[in-house]
Write a protein that binds this ligand. Structure first.
Ligand code: 0WD
Length: 255
């Protein structure tokens, strides 16, 4: 028997097989969860469909989180097709490449707004629509953050500020949705080489430093994030909400 038998999980943010969302999806499916994927748009459809097909029985819908009509359509189709939702994985972020190098002080108004809208507000926007489905049998919401929210990391800039806002949203959302039996938590993962990470300048040197300095002397394996997501999705973590769990081989404790 799996820890997530009979549970339905919506996973948002698979772009390719390196995406953290994909590692989480595989881990949830291994524990018996039924999966529903969303992809950002046509550009990603074929790739995400090929991945989704590796998990028999999974569903797939488009959803660009910057579009209210996409979010409304997602709510409608899920209301029709699933009786209840137990897990929501939000693994979505975006900042313009030009904001991820140089000085934070040079962030543009537009670059700031886009990073906040896609990386922070999208979680709230999704929950406005899906809280009803998540409340039916109790739900667990998991979003992805990074230590650049707590400390200054070179080049992370506007995304660090966005992640700070995301972590704060996790706490406000946990309070708002707690009475409905919905828990909201974030995983703060160590750096992982994904499509998004490509946008961050000098990513390789960050990985090297972590290998030398993290207490466990290695970088984060996406499967480690997946296993923590299983814990947060399951009733094993039923007493935990509003929490940020670091899955970074301990790097965040180091001076
Ligand atoms: O080191 C890392 N990779 C870390 C990532 C360390 C700690 C946290 N994270 C976070 C990211 O900030 C993000 O919140 O994990 C989450 C997932 O990121 P990822 O797996 O590293 O990156 P990726 O595979 O690129 O998935 C993020 C996806 C987008 O990919 P691209 O690269 O095409 O922007 O977020 C999705 C998109 O598929 N996304 C959207 N989805 C719907 N609507 C939108 C949108 N408007 N914008 C981006």
């Amino acid at each position: 028997v799996g820890l997530l038998d009979g549970k339905k999980a919506l996973v948002m943010g698979v772009a390719n097989d390196r995406s953290i969302a994909w590692a989480i999806a595989k881990a949830l499916a291994d524990q018996g969860a039924e999966l529903i994927f969303t992809y950002q748009g046509e550009r990603l459809e074929r790739r995400v469909r090929e991945l989704a097909e590796q998990i028999p029985g999974s569903l797939l819908f488009p959803c660009d989180v910057s579009r209210d009509e996409d979010l409304d359509a997602l709510k409608e189709i899920l209301d029709q097709q699933v009786g209840a939702l137990h897990v929501l994985v939000h693994s979505i972020a975006f900042a313009k490449t030009e904001e991820l190098s140089g000085l934070y002080v040079d962030t543009s108004r537009e670059g700031f707004a886009v990073a906040q809208e896609i990386s922070v507000y999208s979680l709230t926007a999704v929950l406005q629509r899906l809280r009803g489905l998540l409340a039916k049998e109790g739900g667990s919401v998991i979003t992805m953050t990074y230590m650049g929210s707590e400390r200054v990391m070179p080049n992370y800039n506007v995304m660090g500020v966005a992640k700070a806002a995301l972590e704060s949203s996790v706490r406000y959302l946990a309070e708002d949705l707690g009475p409905d039996g919905i828990r909201v938590n974030a995983i703060s993962a160590g750096p992982i080489r994904t499509l998004s990470a490509k946008g961050i300048k000098d990513f390789n040197s960050i990985l090297k430093i972590i290998e030398e300095k993290a207490p466990l002397r290695r970088n984060t394996d996406p499967a480690e994030v997946g296993d923590t997501a299983v814990f947060l999705a399951s009733s094993m973590s039923r007493g935990i909400t509003g929490e940020i769990i670091h899955v970074d081989n301990g790097y965040h404790i180091m001076g």
